[in-house]
Design a protein around this ligand. Structure first.
Ligand code: GCU
Length: 633
């Protein structure tokens, strides 16, 4: 798409300058299945400039016009190769002190060399994939507009085959401005990090390639024996082909006829299939070949379904001992490392969790891969959070696309058991229509997993009666009795008044505590107060038959612009562990003991009592081994 050549005068009066950059939108349907593929990363040093007024788009910097049509030099306002350098992927707020609070447009650019591997033109196709960029991202390659993406947490792809040369310049604009029509909207309870914060990669593919590949154990199929494997294949082109499915550990080598670019087959699960569970996270190497293309994924096979008020994992009732978690680190914002993510899951498992709520947006795909490997179940969610422009069709398409992109990305992950379509949205007609549509989208995109959302309690009527529950398989409920609702006695009344015939997960409860602040149990912000809220919450919730899980808010303190008191200092302090991961608050031990009792494993306190006849074991020692101080001082 060519932008009319425009001198600086035209650009300063042009209010709808971005309209020509709305085309070529990357959406879930333009996805690329990447498991097992080699890629060429464009991560590393990029030149960048803060572009608060979108001058790059207005003036068409990407065209690199240094002279006019008559060859006369023009004054240019950019200096790509001489701009400062930022190491991508990252959140720019964490990259430079002066960008700590920056919210707006940014321009990134770099050069790179590319050599096509096949002499014949048209034999190789090349795709650019960006793991995540918050929020509006536009890509230019060698002075040409490639495309754009909306959404701050999901991967997107563009084909760049015909734009590549041996020497290339790529330029990406990224704008994390919060807007009324975006998802989430302007007001959230977390920090709005900006940047291209997950990897930027090139993938070389054959002319016809595997665009998508799904494999799962059919819901309910374990009731009749070994279960049924459902396999779906989508090629880049609507062509007929013969694909091969290989699962060596199961002795599977199965031909899959593809017609018009698509295939769906089912087969009985073979003898010896070991089901995936958090306690025994069995993964199988699964390869799909088709023509010159091949992908390999590590897949766990399990079923997840709802029966009455039960949640069934592999046909057996499970209680989801969970905790909520943001994608946030003191040093890196959202751009966590593998070590960060492994540490998060490790601490959650030490808490006694078999479940985590990845709030309030899709976390990195590495999180669900690690969860598959380490054995923990996941709730994944799109940021349809609080107030959203529920009447705006473009906003609905934005939310729906983010949901489809999340599902396409993680559908082969055994750890992911619930898709959540939102959090704490006021119960209006527009919201009801919007979120019922999202629930249908989730089911149509993936019939193998239940759909949920974190709903609000009707406190004036002291009942859980959000009508969105009709559209959900599992009802998420956020309640802060003992914190925002000081009168704790309301909680048992709410639970008693609520007539629910579906499983409920208490998706949030909690209280704030400043790490290391101690006092009496009535004093807010002390660890004792938080621990007492957890004691009373778990004691009350533990006895309710239709409650089949909980994900208390939240594992770690996290950065939050709304929390400006000196004590909170722009952090939400409801974490069970401090933001630096070094201090476990007293409530950590309260929840840990509750989960251990639920899991039927001995409570360390009890084992401690058994051992206090002279042995020197102490739970604090265990905590120190992990470099984490215990709550008690
Ligand atoms: C809400 C919301 C969270 C928020 C929490 C809090 O329930 O879902 O995103 O951080 O309450 O107030 O701490």
């Amino acid at each position: 798409m060519k932008q009319e050549s425009r001198n600086s005068d035209a650009t300063i009066h042009d209010a709808d300058y971005a309209a020509i950059f709305e085309g070529c939108k990357a959406v879930a349907e333009s996805r690329l299945f990447t498991a097992g593929r080699r890629s060429e990363a464009l991560d590393g040093d990029w030149n960048y400039a803060v572009d608060q007024y979108d001058t790059c788009l207005r003036a068409g910097w990407y065209k690199e016009e240094y002279s006019d049509a008559q060859g006369r030099p023009l004054p240019v306002d950019f200096s790509f190769d001489d701009w400062p350098v930022m190491h991508l992927p990252c959140c720019w707020n964490m990259a430079e002190p002066e960008l700590k609070l920056y919210e707006g447009g940014m321009v990134f650019t770099r050069r790179f060399r590319f050599k096509s591997k096949t002499a014949e033109a048209g034999k190789e196709r090349v795709f650019l994939r960006i793991g995540a960029a918050n929020y509006v991202c536009r890509v230019f390659l060698n002075k040409e507009y490639v495309g754009m993406h909306r959404g701050g947490s999901t991967p997107f792809c563009f084909e760049v085959t015909d734009l590549l040369a041996e020497d290339n310049r790529i330029l990406i604009t990224c704008d994390n401005t919060r807007r009324d029509t975006q998802v989430p909207m302007r007001n959230t309870d977390w920090f709005n990090y900006g940047g291209i914060y997950r990897s930027i990669e090139l993938f070389r593919l054959p002319a016809v390639f595997i665009r998508d590949f799904g494999i799962s154990l059919r819901r309910g199929s374990l009731e009749h024996g070994r279960g049924m494997l459902d396999v779906s294949v989508e090629l880049s082109d609507k062509t007929d082909a013969a694909a091969q499915l290989l699962i060596p550990r199961l002795g599977i080598s199965q031909e899959i006829p593809v017609h018009g670019g698509k295939a769906e087959i089912s087969m009985e699960a073979p003898e010896g299939l070991q089901l995936w569970t958090p306690e025994d996270p069995q993964l199988y190497g699964v390869t799909l070949r088709c023509g010159e293309d091949s992908v390999t994924d590590d897949v766990g096979f399990r079923t997840i379904e709802v029966s009455g008020t039960d949640i069934l994992l592999n046909g057996k009732p499970v209680f989801l001992r969970g905790v909520s978690c943001h994608e946030d680190s003191e040093r890196r914002g959202k751009a966590l490392t593998t070590e960060d993510r492994t540490g998060i899951i490790t601490i959650a498992k030490e808490l006694g969790c078999n479940f985590m709520r990845l709030a309030h947006y899709p976390h990195s795909e590495e999180m669900s891969r690690l969860a598959d490997r380490m054995g923990i179940l996941l709730w994944e969610e799109v940021p349809v959070y609080w107030a959203i422009a529920f009447e705006d069709p473009d906003t609905l398409e934005d939310a729906s696309n983010q949901l489809r992109e999340m599902i396409c990305r993680d559908r082969n992950r055994a750890s992911v058991i619930i898709w959540s379509v939102g959090n704490e949205n006021a119960d209006t007609d527009a919201r009801y229509r919007f979120m019922c549509t999202l629930a249908d989208t989730a089911r149509n995109s993936d019939p193998t997993r239940p759909v949920s959302a974190a709903c609000l309690v009707n406190f004036p009527r002291e009942v859980i009666d959000d009508r969105l529950a009709d559209a959900l398989d599992i009802i998420g409920v956020n309640e802060y009795c003992g914190w925002y609702i000081p009168d704790f006695s309301i909680l048992p009344r709410i639970l008693k008044n609520s007539r629910l015939t579906k499983p409920v997960i208490i998706s949030e409860f909690g209280a704030g505590a400043k790490s290391g602040k101690h006092g009496n149990v009535q004093e807010r912000w002390t660890e004792e107060y938080q621990a007492e809220v957890y004691r009373r919450q778990t004691e009350t919730l533990g006895g309710i038959p239709y409650i089949k899980g909980m994900t208390p808010w939240i594992l770690f303190d996290f950065r939050c612009p709304r929390r400006t008191s000196v004590l909170q200092n722009y952090y939400n302090l409801k974490g069970l562990v401090s933001a630096d991961r070094r201090h476990r608050k007293m409530a950590f031990s309260v929840l840990q003991a509750f989960y251990r009792k639920l899991a039927g494993s001995p409570d360390p306190e009890e084992t401690l009592h058994e051992k206090t006849d002279g042995s020197d074991a102490c739970p604090a020692d265990g905590a120190h081994e992990n470099g984490l101080a215990s709550g008690a001082h």
